[in-house]
Design a protein around this ligand. Sequence first.
Ligand code: HEC
Length: 226
Amino acid sequence: MNLIRTVQHLKLLIPALLIGAGLTQSVAAASATRWYSLQQLEQGRTLFLQHCAVCHGPRAEGTSNWQQPDANGHYPPPPLNGSAHAWHHDLPLLQRTIREGGQKLGGQMPPFAQLLDAPQIDSVIAYFQSQWPDEVYQKWSGKFSAGDTLPSIDDLARLLNKKPDLAYLKQRLQGVEIGTPILSPVKQLYQIQFNDKYLYLTEDGQYAIIGEMIDLKNGANLSKQK
Ligand code: HEC
């Protein structure tokens, strides 16, 4: 799964950090309401063209088909110019995405921790944020409030790769072919298909419910949506 989408899903679990903490207060006249200076912006442009433009485009416009996964389920580099999702992430998450890349979470972006130090990473963020229209920047800067720290990437990866223990189920359904469990729309319940039935298994693999999952609010049959 793609880092960004994943993180967006997990975002529900992630209380955001206060943005701007620890960043320089110097602000250029040209970008009076933004956190970065003109100097950071210029350094960031050079670094972005050198390291990021090859995938994200020189003006951070990304690829036009960025919402279409390829044959291997990988998403192309998204725009970072305010037209996609980057602005839903607070500064610590953007910094970490650039430091660690997306590979640990099944994505394609390489890590930059060996190539760019923290101030340089801040400057490339300044550069692609300079492509954001003011209203997007304003929404971004009002979006996050003080809270806990980000869970580590390893914790996120573990959460994603977690699958219920199928031992009890296999014991009960001896010889019956069962599909791969996928996380159902209800947290902590996994959906498994066998024959034409749907089964829901708790995370620990001890309890199973057989039937269809209906969203009572709007009547959608969630079992058949996959
Ligand atoms: C080899 C291609 C490649 C390079 C080089 C690259 N990226 Fe990415 N980037 C991606 C892909 C693909 C994604 C989507 C997530 C994934 O697959 O890991 C992504 C995702 C991101 C995201 C998250 C976007 C979102 O919508 O949340 C940010 C931020 C980002 N890249 C910044 C950068 C910066 C800054 C650089 C340069 C220092 C860079 N990338 C270099 C391919 C690349």
